[in-house]
Design a protein around this ligand. Structure first.
Ligand code: FE2
Ligand code: FE2
Length: 144
């Protein structure tokens, strides 16, 4: 691989990591508000799920921010602050779709990391893809 190809791969990786960081920050802010908005015994399991996932997404965001710095970049925050839907079914449908987009994003990042020989990052991106796939599945079960 030429050095020009190498640097464009690295550039795409760094851009992708920052994009993923912003998606994670957007997600944990949205999930925090989703949990806050849900009331009533019927929807208590959905509230619990959103509360639990705030911590997962914050963990993903923290990993990405740390990694961007260790790879010589600067984390740049520009999160999407669109609030969650008022209705629980709409919340879940929207977030299932977003989680699936994140699975694809992390699998792509794993590929880019692999091409850079970044073994730990590759595995972590695959693990985060698996986490998001699990989130989507749990939400699909709650949606019924
Ligand atoms: Fe996440
Ligand atoms: Fe997730």
């Amino acid at each position: 691989m030429s050095s020009a190809q190498m640097s464009s791969n690295r550039e795409e990786l760094m851009k992708g990591l920052n994009h993923a960081l912003n998606r994670e920050v957007s997600t944990f802010l949205r999930y925090m508000l989703s949990a806050a908005k849900i009331k009533g015994i019927v929807n208590a399991p959905v509230r619990e799920l959103y509360s639990a996932e705030v911590a997962d997404e914050l963990g993903h965001a923290t990993y990405l921010a740390d990694k961007i710095v260790m790879l010589g970049g600067t984390p740049e925050l520009n999160p999407d602050l669109t609030p969650p839907a008022d209705e629980v079914t709409e919340m879940l449908k929207y977030d299932i779709a977003q989680e699936k987009i994140d699975v694809e994003g992390y699998l792509k990042l794993a590929e880019l990391a692999d091409r850079e020989g970044l073994a730990e990052l590759k595995v972590r991106m695959e693990e985060q893809a698996a986490d998001e796939a699990h989130h989507a599945e749990v939400m699909e079960r709650l949606l019924g």
